[in-house]
Design a binder for this molecule. Structure first.
Ligand SMILES: [Zn+2]
Ligand SMILES: [Zn+2]
Length: 103
């Protein structure tokens, strides 16, 4: 089952999409719409590996949504603040400082 997410954030799966029939020239055509808002602007959705919610591909980095990326980062920074002195220096050495975790 493929899951989709529209540009307004509605999540739905294949079976829930609305099939709209319209006439074009001689023939009848179909298009698929978001069942919530009727937009045609939707894409396949992927789950965030941390919160398991659905996101469009362009909302994920490393399979993580923006909220989880921020949370994860804050968690790390918070934990790092427990370390002082030599331990902190060692960790500073081990981590990539460009990420700014020790800023
Ligand atoms: Zn929608
Ligand atoms: Zn997430």
């Amino acid at each position: 089952m493929i899951t989709y997410k529209c540009s307004r954030g509605h999540v739905f799966d294949e079976g829930e999409m609305v099939r709209d029939t319209y006439l074009e020239g001689e023939g009848t055509r179909y298009r698929y719409l978001c069942p919530e808002c009727g937009t045609e602007d939707f894409e396949e959705a992927y789950t965030c590996s941390r919160c398991r919610f659905f996101f469009r591909e362009d909302e994920l980095e490393y399979h993580l949504c923006e909220k989880c990326r921020d949370e994860l980062y804050d968690e790390v920074v918070e934990n790092l603040s427990k370390y002082q002195g030599d331990e902190r220096e060692y960790l500073r050495h081990r981590f990539d400082e460009r990420e700014g975790a020790f800023a």
